[in-house]
Design a protein around this ligand. Structure first.
Ligand SMILES: Cc1ncc(COP(=O)(O)O)c(C=O)c1O
Length: 393
Protein backbone atom coordinates (compact mmCIF):
# COMPACT_ATOMS: atom_id res chain seq x y z
CA UNK A 1 0.00 0.00 0.00
CA UNK A 2 1.24 3.43 -0.95
CA UNK A 3 1.28 6.01 1.86
CA UNK A 4 -0.73 8.37 -0.26
CA UNK A 5 -3.57 5.83 -0.45
CA UNK A 6 -4.89 7.38 2.75
CA UNK A 7 -5.82 10.40 0.62
CA UNK A 8 -8.25 8.36 -1.45
CA UNK A 9 -11.88 8.12 -0.33
CA UNK A 10 -12.87 4.53 0.45
CA UNK A 11 -15.98 4.87 -1.73
CA UNK A 12 -13.74 5.50 -4.71
CA UNK A 13 -11.11 2.92 -3.81
CA UNK A 14 -13.79 0.24 -3.47
CA UNK A 15 -15.19 0.80 -6.98
CA UNK A 16 -13.54 -1.19 -9.76
CA UNK A 17 -13.02 0.09 -13.27
CA UNK A 18 -16.12 -1.01 -15.20
CA UNK A 19 -15.92 -4.66 -16.26
CA UNK A 20 -16.56 -3.53 -19.83
CA UNK A 21 -13.51 -1.27 -19.99
CA UNK A 22 -11.41 -3.70 -17.94
CA UNK A 23 -12.02 -6.39 -20.58
CA UNK A 24 -11.44 -3.90 -23.41
CA UNK A 25 -8.04 -3.03 -21.89
CA UNK A 26 -7.11 -6.71 -21.45
CA UNK A 27 -8.23 -7.46 -25.02
CA UNK A 28 -6.16 -4.57 -26.39
CA UNK A 29 -3.05 -6.19 -24.89
CA UNK A 30 -3.63 -9.48 -26.72
CA UNK A 31 -2.62 -9.54 -30.35
CA UNK A 32 -5.53 -10.15 -32.75
CA UNK A 33 -8.04 -10.67 -29.96
CA UNK A 34 -11.59 -10.31 -31.24
CA UNK A 35 -13.99 -8.35 -29.08
CA UNK A 36 -17.70 -8.63 -28.34
CA UNK A 37 -17.04 -6.80 -25.14
CA UNK A 38 -17.69 -3.12 -25.74
CA UNK A 39 -21.03 -1.71 -26.95
CA UNK A 40 -19.33 0.57 -29.42
CA UNK A 41 -21.24 0.51 -32.73
CA UNK A 42 -19.24 -0.04 -35.90
CA UNK A 43 -21.12 2.81 -37.63
CA UNK A 44 -19.62 6.09 -38.69
CA UNK A 45 -21.36 9.36 -37.69
CA UNK A 46 -23.85 9.86 -40.59
CA UNK A 47 -22.67 12.00 -43.53
CA UNK A 48 -25.28 14.80 -43.16
CA UNK A 49 -24.13 15.41 -39.57
CA UNK A 50 -20.46 15.43 -40.58
CA UNK A 51 -21.20 17.81 -43.46
CA UNK A 52 -23.16 20.21 -41.24
CA UNK A 53 -20.31 20.29 -38.72
CA UNK A 54 -17.73 20.92 -41.45
CA UNK A 55 -19.83 23.85 -42.69
CA UNK A 56 -20.26 25.29 -39.19
CA UNK A 57 -16.55 25.04 -38.47
CA UNK A 58 -15.88 27.40 -41.35
CA UNK A 59 -18.93 29.61 -40.98
CA UNK A 60 -19.26 30.26 -37.26
CA UNK A 61 -16.47 32.24 -35.60
CA UNK A 62 -17.90 31.24 -32.18
CA UNK A 63 -17.74 27.48 -32.84
CA UNK A 64 -14.58 26.93 -30.85
CA UNK A 65 -15.87 28.70 -27.77
CA UNK A 66 -17.83 27.79 -24.68
CA UNK A 67 -21.60 27.86 -24.91
CA UNK A 68 -23.76 28.91 -21.97
CA UNK A 69 -24.09 25.93 -19.59
CA UNK A 70 -27.67 24.96 -20.46
CA UNK A 71 -26.74 24.46 -24.09
CA UNK A 72 -27.37 26.37 -27.32
CA UNK A 73 -30.93 27.75 -27.46
CA UNK A 74 -31.50 26.40 -30.99
CA UNK A 75 -30.54 22.89 -29.90
CA UNK A 76 -32.75 23.06 -26.80
CA UNK A 77 -35.59 24.22 -29.03
CA UNK A 78 -34.99 21.30 -31.42
CA UNK A 79 -35.02 18.95 -28.42
CA UNK A 80 -38.48 20.17 -27.42
CA UNK A 81 -39.78 19.49 -30.95
CA UNK A 82 -38.24 15.99 -31.00
CA UNK A 83 -39.51 15.23 -27.51
CA UNK A 84 -43.06 16.34 -28.37
CA UNK A 85 -43.00 14.19 -31.52
CA UNK A 86 -41.74 11.15 -29.58
CA UNK A 87 -43.87 11.47 -26.46
CA UNK A 88 -46.70 13.92 -27.11
CA UNK A 89 -45.49 15.94 -24.11
CA UNK A 90 -44.68 19.63 -24.55
CA UNK A 91 -41.68 20.87 -22.58
CA UNK A 92 -40.09 24.29 -22.29
CA UNK A 93 -36.62 24.78 -23.78
CA UNK A 94 -35.60 27.21 -21.03
CA UNK A 95 -37.15 25.51 -18.01
CA UNK A 96 -36.86 21.79 -18.69
CA UNK A 97 -34.00 21.03 -21.09
CA UNK A 98 -30.32 20.73 -20.24
CA UNK A 99 -27.78 19.74 -22.90
CA UNK A 100 -25.23 17.32 -21.45
CA UNK A 101 -21.95 15.75 -22.48
CA UNK A 102 -23.78 12.43 -22.86
CA UNK A 103 -25.98 10.45 -20.52
CA UNK A 104 -23.11 9.42 -18.27
CA UNK A 105 -22.50 13.07 -17.44
CA UNK A 106 -26.24 13.68 -17.24
CA UNK A 107 -26.82 10.88 -14.75
CA UNK A 108 -23.76 11.71 -12.72
CA UNK A 109 -25.00 15.32 -12.51
CA UNK A 110 -28.46 14.21 -11.42
CA UNK A 111 -27.08 11.84 -8.80
CA UNK A 112 -24.99 14.66 -7.41
CA UNK A 113 -28.15 16.73 -7.13
CA UNK A 114 -30.06 13.91 -5.44
CA UNK A 115 -27.81 11.84 -3.21
CA UNK A 116 -26.50 12.37 0.28
CA UNK A 117 -24.21 9.64 1.64
CA UNK A 118 -26.29 6.55 2.36
CA UNK A 119 -29.14 7.46 0.01
CA UNK A 120 -30.43 4.68 -2.18
CA UNK A 121 -31.12 4.23 -5.87
CA UNK A 122 -32.96 1.19 -7.17
CA UNK A 123 -31.23 -0.32 -10.23
CA UNK A 124 -32.24 -3.34 -12.25
CA UNK A 125 -30.12 -6.41 -11.58
CA UNK A 126 -28.56 -7.08 -13.99
CA UNK A 127 -28.24 -3.44 -15.01
CA UNK A 128 -25.74 -1.05 -16.55
CA UNK A 129 -22.36 -1.31 -14.77
CA UNK A 130 -21.67 2.41 -14.64
CA UNK A 131 -24.96 3.17 -12.91
CA UNK A 132 -23.82 0.98 -10.01
CA UNK A 133 -20.45 2.74 -9.93
CA UNK A 134 -21.94 6.21 -10.15
CA UNK A 135 -24.19 5.63 -7.15
CA UNK A 136 -21.26 4.19 -5.16
CA UNK A 137 -18.99 7.09 -6.10
CA UNK A 138 -21.61 9.38 -4.54
CA UNK A 139 -21.41 7.29 -1.32
CA UNK A 140 -24.91 6.13 -2.19
CA UNK A 141 -26.25 2.58 -2.08
CA UNK A 142 -27.30 0.85 -5.29
CA UNK A 143 -30.28 -1.37 -4.50
CA UNK A 144 -30.43 -4.26 -6.96
CA UNK A 145 -33.91 -5.06 -8.28
CA UNK A 146 -33.79 -8.54 -9.72
CA UNK A 147 -34.95 -9.17 -13.28
CA UNK A 148 -36.49 -12.60 -13.77
CA UNK A 149 -34.37 -14.60 -16.22
CA UNK A 150 -36.85 -17.48 -16.43
CA UNK A 151 -39.51 -14.98 -17.54
CA UNK A 152 -37.18 -13.49 -20.20
CA UNK A 153 -35.42 -11.01 -17.89
CA UNK A 154 -38.70 -9.29 -17.01
CA UNK A 155 -39.24 -6.72 -14.28
CA UNK A 156 -41.68 -7.55 -11.54
CA UNK A 157 -43.26 -4.25 -10.39
CA UNK A 158 -44.88 -6.09 -7.46
CA UNK A 159 -41.46 -6.49 -5.83
CA UNK A 160 -40.54 -2.81 -6.09
CA UNK A 161 -42.39 -1.51 -3.03
CA UNK A 162 -40.45 -3.76 -0.67
CA UNK A 163 -37.16 -2.22 -1.89
CA UNK A 164 -38.25 1.33 -1.10
CA UNK A 165 -37.03 2.78 2.21
CA UNK A 166 -36.96 6.30 3.66
CA UNK A 167 -33.50 6.62 2.03
CA UNK A 168 -34.70 5.84 -1.51
CA UNK A 169 -34.35 8.77 -3.89
CA UNK A 170 -34.70 7.32 -7.35
CA UNK A 171 -35.31 4.35 -9.61
CA UNK A 172 -33.13 4.19 -12.68
CA UNK A 173 -34.27 2.25 -15.76
CA UNK A 174 -32.85 1.51 -19.19
CA UNK A 175 -35.27 0.18 -21.80
CA UNK A 176 -34.41 -1.66 -24.00
CA UNK A 177 -32.08 -2.89 -21.31
CA UNK A 178 -28.32 -3.05 -21.26
CA UNK A 179 -27.25 -5.87 -20.76
CA UNK A 180 -30.30 -8.09 -21.38
CA UNK A 181 -32.04 -6.40 -24.34
CA UNK A 182 -35.42 -6.58 -22.57
CA UNK A 183 -38.07 -4.06 -23.55
CA UNK A 184 -39.99 -3.37 -20.36
CA UNK A 185 -43.74 -3.56 -20.89
CA UNK A 186 -46.16 -0.64 -20.81
CA UNK A 187 -48.18 -2.09 -17.91
CA UNK A 188 -45.01 -2.73 -15.89
CA UNK A 189 -43.73 0.79 -16.46
CA UNK A 190 -47.07 2.38 -15.62
CA UNK A 191 -47.18 0.44 -12.35
CA UNK A 192 -43.66 1.60 -11.54
CA UNK A 193 -44.65 5.18 -12.38
CA UNK A 194 -47.53 4.96 -9.89
CA UNK A 195 -45.28 3.62 -7.13
CA UNK A 196 -42.73 6.35 -7.82
CA UNK A 197 -45.41 9.02 -7.61
CA UNK A 198 -47.00 7.62 -4.46
CA UNK A 199 -43.60 7.59 -2.75
CA UNK A 200 -42.55 10.98 -4.09
CA UNK A 201 -39.44 9.63 -5.80
CA UNK A 202 -37.77 10.27 -9.13
CA UNK A 203 -37.74 7.81 -11.99
CA UNK A 204 -34.73 8.28 -14.22
CA UNK A 205 -35.00 6.92 -17.76
CA UNK A 206 -31.59 6.52 -19.41
CA UNK A 207 -32.31 6.14 -23.13
CA UNK A 208 -29.54 5.12 -25.50
CA UNK A 209 -31.38 2.31 -27.28
CA UNK A 210 -35.04 3.17 -27.95
CA UNK A 211 -34.40 3.35 -31.72
CA UNK A 212 -33.29 -0.29 -31.72
CA UNK A 213 -36.41 -2.34 -31.09
CA UNK A 214 -36.58 -4.44 -34.30
CA UNK A 215 -39.88 -6.28 -34.78
CA UNK A 216 -40.88 -5.31 -31.23
CA UNK A 217 -41.55 -1.64 -31.94
CA UNK A 218 -45.12 -1.88 -30.70
CA UNK A 219 -43.92 -3.19 -27.32
CA UNK A 220 -41.68 -0.20 -26.64
CA UNK A 221 -43.24 2.34 -24.29
CA UNK A 222 -41.70 5.63 -23.23
CA UNK A 223 -42.79 6.52 -19.70
CA UNK A 224 -41.92 10.14 -20.49
CA UNK A 225 -45.13 10.16 -22.56
CA UNK A 226 -47.15 10.28 -19.31
CA UNK A 227 -47.63 14.00 -18.64
CA UNK A 228 -48.96 13.29 -15.15
CA UNK A 229 -45.56 11.81 -14.23
CA UNK A 230 -43.66 14.89 -15.35
CA UNK A 231 -42.71 16.09 -11.87
CA UNK A 232 -41.33 12.67 -10.92
CA UNK A 233 -39.46 11.85 -14.10
CA UNK A 234 -36.07 12.59 -15.63
CA UNK A 235 -35.70 11.52 -19.27
CA UNK A 236 -32.15 11.38 -20.64
CA UNK A 237 -31.44 10.74 -24.29
CA UNK A 238 -27.98 10.24 -25.73
CA UNK A 239 -26.86 10.75 -29.34
CA UNK A 240 -24.07 8.19 -28.80
CA UNK A 241 -25.77 5.12 -30.22
CA UNK A 242 -28.72 6.18 -32.41
CA UNK A 243 -26.61 8.80 -34.21
CA UNK A 244 -23.26 6.96 -33.92
CA UNK A 245 -21.88 9.95 -32.02
CA UNK A 246 -20.31 8.26 -28.99
CA UNK A 247 -17.09 10.27 -29.35
CA UNK A 248 -18.90 13.59 -29.63
CA UNK A 249 -20.15 13.29 -26.04
CA UNK A 250 -23.66 14.68 -26.38
CA UNK A 251 -27.02 14.07 -24.77
CA UNK A 252 -29.89 15.93 -23.20
CA UNK A 253 -32.01 15.67 -20.11
CA UNK A 254 -35.61 16.69 -19.69
CA UNK A 255 -36.44 17.31 -16.05
CA UNK A 256 -38.85 19.35 -13.90
CA UNK A 257 -37.68 22.97 -13.42
CA UNK A 258 -36.50 22.60 -9.83
CA UNK A 259 -34.16 19.74 -10.79
CA UNK A 260 -32.99 21.52 -13.88
CA UNK A 261 -32.05 24.58 -11.83
CA UNK A 262 -29.92 22.46 -9.47
CA UNK A 263 -28.49 20.26 -12.23
CA UNK A 264 -27.37 23.35 -14.12
CA UNK A 265 -25.16 24.39 -11.17
CA UNK A 266 -23.50 20.99 -10.96
CA UNK A 267 -23.08 20.74 -14.73
CA UNK A 268 -21.57 24.26 -14.90
CA UNK A 269 -19.22 23.64 -11.98
CA UNK A 270 -18.04 20.39 -13.58
CA UNK A 271 -17.75 20.83 -17.34
CA UNK A 272 -19.21 24.31 -18.05
CA UNK A 273 -20.99 23.08 -21.16
CA UNK A 274 -21.23 20.24 -23.63
CA UNK A 275 -18.72 20.85 -26.46
CA UNK A 276 -20.21 23.52 -28.70
CA UNK A 277 -19.20 21.76 -31.88
CA UNK A 278 -20.96 18.62 -30.68
CA UNK A 279 -24.05 20.68 -29.99
CA UNK A 280 -24.03 21.79 -33.64
CA UNK A 281 -23.73 18.11 -34.62
CA UNK A 282 -26.72 17.39 -32.38
CA UNK A 283 -28.73 20.14 -34.01
CA UNK A 284 -27.99 18.68 -37.44
CA UNK A 285 -28.93 15.23 -36.10
CA UNK A 286 -32.33 16.34 -34.81
CA UNK A 287 -33.27 18.65 -37.66
CA UNK A 288 -31.69 16.94 -40.68
CA UNK A 289 -32.04 13.71 -42.61
CA UNK A 290 -32.56 10.82 -40.19
CA UNK A 291 -32.76 7.98 -42.71
CA UNK A 292 -29.74 6.33 -41.08
CA UNK A 293 -31.91 5.37 -38.08
CA UNK A 294 -33.77 2.77 -40.09
CA UNK A 295 -30.58 1.63 -41.78
CA UNK A 296 -28.75 1.15 -38.44
CA UNK A 297 -31.68 -0.81 -37.08
CA UNK A 298 -31.88 -3.05 -40.14
CA UNK A 299 -28.17 -3.83 -39.95
CA UNK A 300 -28.31 -4.45 -36.20
CA UNK A 301 -31.35 -6.66 -36.72
CA UNK A 302 -29.34 -8.83 -39.13
CA UNK A 303 -26.47 -9.01 -36.63
CA UNK A 304 -28.92 -10.01 -33.90
CA UNK A 305 -30.17 -12.87 -36.10
CA UNK A 306 -26.56 -13.89 -36.80
CA UNK A 307 -25.43 -13.93 -33.17
CA UNK A 308 -28.54 -15.87 -32.11
CA UNK A 309 -27.90 -18.44 -34.86
CA UNK A 310 -24.27 -18.77 -33.76
CA UNK A 311 -25.31 -19.07 -30.10
CA UNK A 312 -27.76 -21.82 -31.07
CA UNK A 313 -24.79 -23.80 -32.42
CA UNK A 314 -23.12 -23.46 -29.01
CA UNK A 315 -26.19 -24.57 -27.05
CA UNK A 316 -24.01 -26.82 -24.87
CA UNK A 317 -22.01 -23.75 -23.75
CA UNK A 318 -24.54 -20.92 -23.52
CA UNK A 319 -28.28 -20.60 -22.82
CA UNK A 320 -29.72 -17.24 -23.81
CA UNK A 321 -32.89 -15.19 -23.96
CA UNK A 322 -33.31 -13.58 -27.39
CA UNK A 323 -32.87 -9.83 -26.90
CA UNK A 324 -35.92 -7.78 -27.90
CA UNK A 325 -34.00 -4.55 -28.35
CA UNK A 326 -30.63 -2.76 -27.93
CA UNK A 327 -27.64 -4.77 -29.19
CA UNK A 328 -26.62 -7.03 -26.34
CA UNK A 329 -27.24 -10.63 -25.48
CA UNK A 330 -26.63 -11.94 -21.98
CA UNK A 331 -26.21 -15.73 -22.08
CA UNK A 332 -25.85 -18.00 -19.07
CA UNK A 333 -22.65 -20.08 -19.02
CA UNK A 334 -23.51 -23.78 -19.02
CA UNK A 335 -20.00 -25.26 -18.98
CA UNK A 336 -17.93 -25.84 -15.84
CA UNK A 337 -16.38 -22.59 -14.56
CA UNK A 338 -15.32 -20.99 -11.28
CA UNK A 339 -16.67 -17.52 -11.87
CA UNK A 340 -17.89 -15.64 -14.91
CA UNK A 341 -14.82 -13.43 -14.54
CA UNK A 342 -12.47 -16.44 -14.73
CA UNK A 343 -14.50 -17.77 -17.64
CA UNK A 344 -14.15 -14.49 -19.55
CA UNK A 345 -10.43 -14.17 -18.84
CA UNK A 346 -9.88 -17.82 -19.87
CA UNK A 347 -11.82 -17.28 -23.09
CA UNK A 348 -9.73 -14.24 -23.90
CA UNK A 349 -6.41 -15.90 -23.12
CA UNK A 350 -7.11 -19.28 -24.72
CA UNK A 351 -9.51 -18.46 -27.57
CA UNK A 352 -8.69 -14.77 -28.03
CA UNK A 353 -12.34 -13.75 -27.69
CA UNK A 354 -13.32 -10.91 -25.37
CA UNK A 355 -16.75 -10.91 -23.70
CA UNK A 356 -17.77 -9.03 -20.55
CA UNK A 357 -18.22 -10.99 -17.31
CA UNK A 358 -21.85 -10.78 -16.19
CA UNK A 359 -21.27 -10.19 -12.49
CA UNK A 360 -20.05 -6.70 -13.43
CA UNK A 361 -23.72 -5.91 -14.13
CA UNK A 362 -24.92 -6.73 -10.60
CA UNK A 363 -25.24 -9.91 -8.52
CA UNK A 364 -27.93 -11.30 -10.87
CA UNK A 365 -25.41 -11.28 -13.68
CA UNK A 366 -23.25 -13.98 -12.08
CA UNK A 367 -22.57 -16.99 -14.33
CA UNK A 368 -23.40 -14.95 -17.43
CA UNK A 369 -21.44 -12.97 -19.98
CA UNK A 370 -22.50 -10.02 -22.09
CA UNK A 371 -21.87 -10.04 -25.82
CA UNK A 372 -22.36 -6.88 -27.89
CA UNK A 373 -23.49 -7.46 -31.48
CA UNK A 374 -22.97 -3.89 -32.70
CA UNK A 375 -19.73 -5.06 -34.35
CA UNK A 376 -19.68 -6.20 -37.98
CA UNK A 377 -20.64 -9.69 -39.19
CA UNK A 378 -17.03 -10.76 -39.73
CA UNK A 379 -16.18 -9.97 -36.10
CA UNK A 380 -19.19 -11.92 -34.82
CA UNK A 381 -18.36 -14.87 -37.09
CA UNK A 382 -14.67 -14.87 -36.16
CA UNK A 383 -15.49 -14.77 -32.43
CA UNK A 384 -17.89 -17.70 -32.76
CA UNK A 385 -15.57 -19.71 -35.04
CA UNK A 386 -12.94 -19.40 -32.32
CA UNK A 387 -15.39 -20.32 -29.57
CA UNK A 388 -16.57 -23.36 -31.55
CA UNK A 389 -12.98 -24.46 -31.93
CA UNK A 390 -12.33 -23.84 -28.23
CA UNK A 391 -15.42 -25.59 -26.85
CA UNK A 392 -16.01 -28.08 -29.67
CA UNK A 393 -19.42 -28.48 -31.34
C1 LIG B 1 -27.36 2.28 -20.43
C2 LIG B 1 -26.32 3.20 -20.92
N1 LIG B 1 -26.28 4.47 -20.49
C3 LIG B 1 -25.36 5.34 -20.93
C4 LIG B 1 -24.39 4.94 -21.83
C5 LIG B 1 -23.38 5.93 -22.28
O1 LIG B 1 -24.02 7.08 -22.74
P1 LIG B 1 -23.20 8.37 -23.18
O2 LIG B 1 -22.25 7.98 -24.28
O3 LIG B 1 -24.28 9.30 -23.63
O4 LIG B 1 -22.49 8.89 -21.97
C6 LIG B 1 -24.38 3.63 -22.31
C7 LIG B 1 -23.33 3.18 -23.22
O5 LIG B 1 -23.07 2.03 -23.42
C8 LIG B 1 -25.38 2.75 -21.85
O6 LIG B 1 -25.42 1.49 -22.27
Amino acid sequence: MNELDRLVRPAVASVSLSAIKAMAIRAAAIEDAVSLSWGLPSFRTPAPIRAAVARELERDPEIGKYALPAGLPELRQAVTVTHAAKTGVTVDADRHVLITAGNMEGISTLLRVLLDPGDEVVLTDPGFVSHYSQVQLRDGRPIPWALDETAGWRLNPDTLSELITPRTKAILLVTPSNPTGTIFRRDELLKIGKIVQQNNLLIIIDDPYSYFTYENKADYFNLASQAELFDNLAYLFTFSKAYAMSGWRLGYMIVPDNLRREALKVHDATIICAPRISQMAGLAALTGDASHLEEFETILGRRRALICERLDRLAHVFAYVKPQGAYYVFPRILVEHDSDFDFAVGLLEKAKVAVTPGSGFGPGGEHHVRMAFCVDDDTINLAFDRMERHFGH
